[in-house]
Design a protein around this ligand. Structure first.
Ligand code: AMP
Length: 466
């Protein structure tokens, strides 16, 4: 169905056309009419289906039809990446309007979020934890709220966020339109939807668990220790130009990124132990074509949207069929085509069969001609957890010893005559070029922890004489 058939505001149609969208996706076609009427929605829709547009467009249309003041819509998402992505789509769709939005998530300085909330925005897109921090403050008020969107509600359940979500919900006005999106509908999600929704329109475009059409799905059986070499081989032979590669654990993501890096492949990694700026930097570099490979764990990759991503590689077979579908949905977004490769070791055959049952077909197996399946692996790929813990403990012990030595050195210096009674360094003579407070500060920061050198001692003695 064409967007022009939905009677949307011309400024929204311009935003849609800027994004290059011509036809509404099935979830948009089904969700827009009831949502535009102001009805509640219960939509089973997967990532990659165009669900973000399905909830943002009715929100924006409502606010353009009936201008108002204050924070009028809240979108709750499970991850920072998804929040950022919804925020980007909101900005793009609202580009030709005056409607404003703010994205609120943890792991970054809350100052800019607070300022945006104080200034006032029409739409807030937030993860529940950080939103709760703001909600306890005067600048975050929801009394004008008209629309609540829950995005990927089942993910919030999986990630243990449901209690936080419920705490947020308890602070919202009772009368509002609620648009409830979830890829699957497990019992706790159905219960929550029943509490929240009033005679909702039900939309189900995801009942059959299957990735979007247009994705070629191939399984590459390989002995576990040879997985890194197989990936390298695929990259070297140009079978794969750029790829988002999923690993089962953060440790495996780190080790794979190290392995590829040593082999000269430009790559970075995103996972739960990486800070938000690190994740954003890696994602921007990958999107900008500066990285050949981005290694990710499921949680970190949720909501990543990279246009024209030709390859998704499951370095490990996902334990849940649903994760497989989510991962594979990263490629071939909305009508493009892509390839999803799954490296499967003999011990992962069971998980693979569960996936095949869920997607309803047997996945094609492929052997790479010329790859030595009997090769001896280079070193160990995974370091056992016991060894890693021992290494962390040893590092911490070293750090503590260094800190203690530094503290003792500081105390010894504190007793020398060049220090004032309060232990701070004596002030340099006024008028000298070195007397700038900035320069002094920079020097002492740089010098922190270094043994007092002879030239430094001489310089201080000279200053005392002056
Ligand atoms: P979503 O499921 O909302 O994460 O959307 C997946 C991708 O599809 C995003 O890159 C959207 O920009 C894109 N998309 C959403 N709606 C359409 C549409 N009607 N036509 C083409 N692409 C779309």
């Amino acid at each position: 169905m064409k967007f022009s058939e939905f009677d949307l505001h011309p400024s929204l149609l311009r935003g849609i056309s800027d994004l290059g969208w011509t036809e509404a996706t099935p979830v948009q076609t089904k969700a827009l009419p009831p949502a535009l009427e102001g009805r509640d929605l219960l939509a089973a829709a997967m990532t990659g289906s165009g669900k973000t547009g399905a909830f943002l467009l009715p929100v924006l249309q409502r606010f353009l039809d009936r201008p108002g003041k204050g924070l009028r819509a809240l979108v709750l998402t499970p991850t920072r990446e998804l929040a950022a992505q919804v925020g980007d789509e909101m900005k793009a769709l609202a580009r030709h309007t005056r409607l404003t939005s703010a994205v609120v998530f943890g792991g970054v300085n809350p100052g800019p979020q607070e300022r945006a909330l104080r200034r006032g925005v029409d739409v807030v897109i937030a993860t529940p934890g950080r939103l709760l921090d703001h909600l306890s403050q005067a600048w975050c008020r929801f009394d004008q709220l008209e629309v609540l969107v829950l995005d990927e509600a089942d993910r919030m359940l999986d990630m243990g966020f449901l209690p936080d979500v419920k705490r947020v919900l308890a602070q919202l006005p009772a009368k509002k339109q609620t648009l409830f999106f979830s890829a699957t509908l497990p019992r706790p999600i159905v219960d929550l939807s029943q509490q929240l929704l009033d005679e909702p329109a039900r939309i189900d475009v995801a009942r059959k668990a299957a990735p979007a059409v247009g994705i070629e799905q191939v399984v590459l059986p390989v002995p576990e220790p040879l997985k890194p070499m197989l990936l390298l081989e695929m990259l070297r032979r140009n079978h794969v130009e750029t790829a988002l590669v999923f690993t089962r654990t953060k440790h495996r993501a780190n080790r794979l990124a190290e392995f590829l890096d040593k082999a000269g492949v430009t790559c970075d990694r995103i996972h739960g132990n990486r800070s938000q700026p690190q994740r954003e930097k890696a994602l921007a570099a990958f999107k900008g074509g500066r990285l050949q490979v981005l290694v990710a764990t499921d949680i970190a990759a949720r909501g990543i949207d990279i246009e024209a991503l030709p390859h998704v590689i499951n370095f490990d077979v996902p334990g849940q069929a649903e994760d497989y579908i989510h991962r594979v949905g990263r490629t071939a977004r909305a009508r493009a085509t892509g390839t999803a490769l799954t490296f499967a070791s003999p011990s992962e055959e069971g998980e693979l069969r569960a996936i095949e049952r869920a997607v309803g077909s047997k996945l094609q197996r492929l052997r790479i001609d010329g790859f030595d399946y009997n090769a001896k692996p280079h070193g160990r790929f995974e370091i056992p957890i016991g060894e890693r813990i021992a290494e962390i403990r040893a590092r911490k012990r070293d750090e503590r010893a260094r800190a203690q030595a530094k503290e003792e050195a500081r105390k010894t210096r504190g007793t020398q005559p060049s220090r004032r009674a309060d232990g701070r360094p004596a002030r340099p003579a006024a008028g000298g070029g070195e007397g700038r407070p900035g320069a002094q500060q920079a020097r002492s920061a740089e010098g922190a922890g270094r043994p007092d050198s002879r030239p430094n001692r001489r310089r201080r003695a000279r200053r005392r004489r002056d």
